[in-house]
Design a protein. Sequence first.
Length: 137
Amino acid sequence: MAEATHTGSAIILVVERDPHIRDLETYFLKEAGFSVEFAADGFAALEQAQRIRPDIVITEVLVPKMDGLSLCRRIKADSNLQGTVVLIFSILAVQARADEAGADAFLMKPLAEQRLVDTVREVLATRRTSASTGDTP
């Protein structure tokens, strides 16, 4: 398992079952200056999120043990993870279900580097703006 690189930027937890997609996401996000960690399943991701408190969790819907939508609901319901941004990234057309689960953003696969990085920057900027004005995201 790869170690996280902490550059003082936002910490991103990537939850992806496909190792090739996970490696590409990690590469693109690190190249954009983010610190990246990953988990292979929903339960491990929730435990890791509670421990490291990432700024954003990017999860596929179809991850083992706890699907990405359930993971999103659990993160959003956890008072210790308040403010954690969740981005659902999936091959499935489930934007409405992602919205219902409380996701802050949804992206359809296939993976596109600039679209991923731009979306991450956008949701993080929105979260920071909400935090500075006292609004909840």
